[in-house]
Design a protein around this ligand. Structure first.
Ligand code: FAD
Length: 474
């Protein structure tokens, strides 16, 4: 293998000697790839097709020891370093141009203890893999709504999904984690072991080290839940959402309803005359007893004149993947996000006006509901700060033709600006793009300074800088 030119985090470039790379190769169980390697292009590819970066070196780790070797190698040579879990992050920070990519996607072990209801999970595991395994035993913990998302990045930013109103964020169910620090030490963190680092990784993203194993608390869920979609014409969205916001206040924590505005996809349950027209979709999941769910959902299902209603009992594991066809990898994506305390009249009207000029059949306005289980954890208990945000808007700018880049990105930015007056000013770091470094401080609010001090303690040189970065405190 020839010498490899590679970028440093100080902004320079060095030439890695063949012997140094060979030594790295010999020391790890996984693989070391360069641009000449057979699988290089496949491995550097991530979910968002807008991101096309070429690392100089990729270390595909097979276990925690490989991660430790890779981090020590990166530190020794001061390499610009990206860390890849599931590769879903919209900002594309899991891959870099000209630097080192530490790829964790081969680390897929899931160990379940049904007696203590816990699972130990490696960082290459996707949500679909996790759900399938734990649901085999009728267990679950809150994770996101798309089965190909990585559990690692999702957890480190906070993590929420259909179970969060009941059981909190993913991090609220994290008992411990194994972390390789920038110094190349493998440490276990929990409420009792290195509590400062444990606090920081619960919402602080990949700033403090590489997590090689997550220990989660599991809950009895399903395996069957009541779930499905209610579809209305967008013209009815004003009335439906005003009803929705009051109705939701009457429902228990097991009842969750997110909504989406988009053009109707050509799916068989939608009448053909609606395909391509603007719609409002209510996505409902009741994770308690199915018969109770039928009773609780009735007023929402009876309201107005839906185009379709496909709510019914279904396996929870199937529901967790229900939106996959609309979120497949390989599309161009540009997202914008805001937090909200309530669904105000002004916000409803703004969302509808933008939905009426949605720029692409794949683009959507997605609105997630959190509350209760998330709110009840005190804000200072974890790095995830804005627990009072009961709703999170995700403007999913999404399309496939690069010629539509400007149109779709402008639309997403304009909607973001128009919705800002109704938002809290906080943000969920996992939905932020690569150009939003100025939003990192507001995203952590009053927890930011503590995070910067923890960063200084565990990563004083900012080795882990390709993320929603918190530079070390001065
Ligand atoms: C289609 C789609 C749906 C989504 N739905 C939800 C949802 O329902 N709920 C939700 O909460 N979020 C959701 N997200 C956001 C998701 O949580 C983030 O994109 C998250 O970063 C994905 O993690 P990943 O491991 O796949 O990403 P990656 O891109 O691999 O990693 C993201 C970043 O996390 C860090 N990182 C990853 N692994 C490690 C590790 N082991 N140790 C240290 N740092 C690490 C790195 O800084 C990396 O840049 C969704 C994203 C997409 C694209």
């Amino acid at each position: 293998m020839p010498d490899v030119k590679i970028k440093t985090y100080e902004g320079g470039e060095i030439s890695l000697k063949t012997e140094a790379i060979d030594k790295l190769k010999e020391s790890i169980r996984g693989e070391v790839l360069t641009a000449e390697s057979e699988h290089y292009d496949k491995v550097r590819k991530i979910w968002n097709a807008m991101i096309d970066r070429r690392p100089a070196l990729i270390v595909r780790c097979a276990g925690a020891a490989d991660v430790t070797r890779a981090v020590r190698f990166a530190g020794e040579h001061k390499l610009l370093t990206a860390v890849r879990g599931g590769g879903h992050n919209i900002a594309g920070n899991s891959v870099c141009d000209g630097g080192l990519m530490i790829d964790l996607s081969l680390m897929k072990s899931i160990q379940i203890d049904t007696k203590s209801r816990t699972a130990r999970v490696e960082p290459g595991v996707t949500l679909g893999e996790f759900d399938r395994d734990v649901q085999t035993f009728g267990l679950a913990t809150p994770v996101g709504i798309n089965s190909t998302t990585g559990i690692a990045g999702l957890t480190l930013g906070g993590g929420f999904g259909w179970l969060s109103r009941k059981f909190g964020l993913t991090i609220d169910n994290l008992i411990s984690a194994d972390v390789v620090t920038a110094a190349g030490d493998l440490v276990r963190v929990s409420e009792n072991d290195k509590p400062d680092l444990f606090w920081g990784i619960r919402g602080g993203g990949g700033n403090f080290g590489i997590v090689t194993s997550f220990e989660f608390r599991l809950h009895k869920v399903g395996p069957e839940v009541l779930a499905g979609l209610i579809v209305h014409p967008l013209d009815a969205a004003g009335e439906v959402l005003r009803f929705y916001r009051n109705f939701m206040k009457t429902t228990p924590k097991e009842f969750v309803c997110w909504f989406v505005m988009r053009l109707a996809p050509p799916l068989p349950f939608l009448p053909a005359e609606w395909h391509g027209k603007e719609i409002l979709v209510l996505a409902v999941c009741y994770s308690g007893n199915v018969q109770d769910g039928v009773r609780i959902a009735k007023p929402l299902r009876s309201f107005g004149k839906p185009i379709a209603d496909i709510i019914g009992p279904m396996p929870f594991v199937a529901w967790e993947a229900i939106l996959d066809p609309l979120l497949a990898p390989g599309m161009r994506n540009y997202w914008k996000t805001h937090d909200f305390k309530e669904v105000s009249d002004g916000l409803i009207d703004t969302l509808i006006s933008f939905a009426k000029r949605i720029p692409d059949p794949q683009t959507e306005i997605a609105f997630a509901q959190l509350g209760d289980g998330v709110t009840k954890v005190p804000q200072k208990d974890t790095a995830y700060t804005h627990r009072d945000a009961a709703f999170v808007l995700n403007v999913h700018g999404r399309w496939d033709n690069p010629a539509n880049d400007t149109k779709c990105i402008s639309w997403a930015r304009e909607l973001f600006q128009a919705a800002a007056p109704f938002a809290t000013g906080g943000a969920y770091v996992n939905f932020m793009t690569g150009e939003e470094q100025d939003r990192v401080r507001p995203a952590y609010g009053s927890n930011y300074d503590r995070l910067a001090r923890i960063k200084k303690k565990y990563d004083p040189n900012n080795l882990f800088r390709l993320n929603q970065n918190i530079p070390p405190a001065e």
